[in-house]
Design a protein around this ligand. Structure first.
Ligand code: NAD
Length: 274
C-alpha cells in the first residue's frame, strides 16, 4: 500500500509532536516536507532533505495531505495553493472567520478535501448532524484559560493587562469578531462555527474568560435544540485539559490532532470535520 505523504507547515509544539508521531508510524505515513518560518528551529531534528524552504513549491514534494500548524495567516495565504495539489488539514481554522478567506478556500476544494480538526471541541459531529437537519437552534462556547496562555490583539490585549486575581470575562459575542482578536486561542470556537453551519460564525456565541487560578484549559459547550423556551433540547459539556503555563496547546489536544490527521482521508472534495 502506498504510504500517505504528509507535509507539515509549522514546527512549533504541535508540528514537532506530529513530526515525531509520524516518524514512529513509518509503515503508513512518510514526511513529504517540513516548513517553518525560521529554519533554525528544525536544524538538528529534521534531515535537510525534508526541509522545504519555499512554501510556494510545496507541490514539488508530492504530498497527499498538508497540515498547517503555524498561524492562521499562513492558511489564509497558502490554503488555496495547498488544495491545488493535496488535501489540506487546517490547524488554525480561525482563518476562516474572514469571509474572503473562507470563500477562497471553499472555492479551492474542488479536487481535494479541506479537513477541519475537532481539536478541543467535544461533540463536534453531533453539532454538525444537528446543523445538517436544521435542529441546531443555539450554540455557545466558553473558553477559560490562565492569562499567560492567551495571545490577544487589539482591545482584548488591553483588557487582559487589567486582569488581576479574579476571573475576568474578556469577550462575549459572535465568534466572527473574536477570531481576529484571539487567533491562536479560539480555534475550538472556529471549528464549532464551521460545524454549526446553519448558525455560522455570526450566530455562534463565544465567551473568553481569563482566570489566574487555572492550570488547565476549560471549554464549556452549550447546545440548544428544538423546544419551548422553558423545555427545550439541550446539551452541556465541560472539558478540562491540564496545560503548562504559557502553552497555547494542551497535551490532550496534541493527541486529538494526531487522531484527526489519521482520520483525514478518503472523504473526497469538500469540507469535513475530522
Ligand atoms: N484547531 C485547534 O484546536 C488548535 C489547537 C491548538 C493549536 N492550534 C493552532 O495551531 C497552530 C500551532 O500551534 P502550536 O501550539 O504548535 O503553537 P506554537 O507557538 O508552539 O508554534 C507555532 C509555530 O508556527 C510559527 N509561526 C508563528 N507565527 C507565525 C506566522 N505568523 N507565520 C509563520 N509561522 C509562524 C512559529 O515559529 C512556531 O514554529 C496555532 O495557530 C494554534 O492556534 C489549533
Amino acid at each position: 500500500m502506498e504510504k500517505r505523504r504528509v507535509g507539515i507547515v509549522g514546527f512549533g509544539s504541535l508540528g514537532q509532536y506530529l513530526y515525531h508521531a509520524l516518524q514512529d508510524s513509518k509503515d503508513e505515513y512518510e514526511i513529504a516536507f517540513v516548513w517553518n518560518r525560521s529554519a533554525e528551529k528544525m536544524r538538528g531534528i529534521v534531515p535537510p532533505e525534508l526541509i522545504l524552504n519555499d512554501l510556494k513549491s510545496c507541490h514539488s514534494r508530492s504530498p497527499h495531505i498538508i497540515i498547517e500548524v503555524a498561524h492562521p495567516s499562513i492558511s489564509a495565504e497558502y490554503g488555496p495553493l495547498f488544495l491545488q495539489s493535496a488535501d489540506f488539514l487546517i490547524g488554525s481554522p480561525t482563518a476562516l472567520a474572514d469571509d474572503e478567506v473562507m470563500k477562497r478556500i471553499k472555492g479551492a476544494c474542488t479536487g481535494h478535501a479541506l479537513y477541519v480538526p475537532v481539536g478541543a471541541l467535544w461533540g463536534g459531529h453531533d453539532i454538525q448532524r444537528m446543523a445538517d437537519r436544521g435542529t441546531l437552534k443555539g450554540l455557545k462556547i466558553t473558553m477559560k484559560k490562565h492569562p499567560s496562555m492567551l495571545k490577544l490583539a487589539g482591545s482584548l490585549h488591553d483588557k487582559l493587562q487589567q486582569v488581576k486575581d479574579a476571573p475576568t470575562l474578556l469577550y462575549e459575542g459572535p465568534v466572527r469578531d473574536l477570531c481576529p482578536l484571539a487567533p491562536s486561542n479560539v480555534n475550538t470556537m472556529a471549528a464549532a462555527s464551521i460545524m454549526a453551519h446553519n448558525l455560522g460564525f455570526d450566530q455562534v456565541i463565544g465567551c473568553l474568560v481569563a482566570d489566574p487560578s487555572l492550570n488547565c484549559h476549560v471549554i464549556e459547550v452549550e447546545v440548544r435544540g428544538p423546544g419551548s423556551l422553558d423545555n427545550h433540547f439541550s446539551v452541556q459539556t465541560v472539558r478540562s485539559n491540564p496545560a503548562a503555563p504559557g502553552a497555547v496547546t494542551g497535551k490532550q489536544t496534541h493527541i486529538s490532532f494526531l487522531s484527526s490527521l489519521l482520520a483525514a482521508q478518503s472523504r473526497g472534495p469538500g469540507i469535513h470535520l475530522c
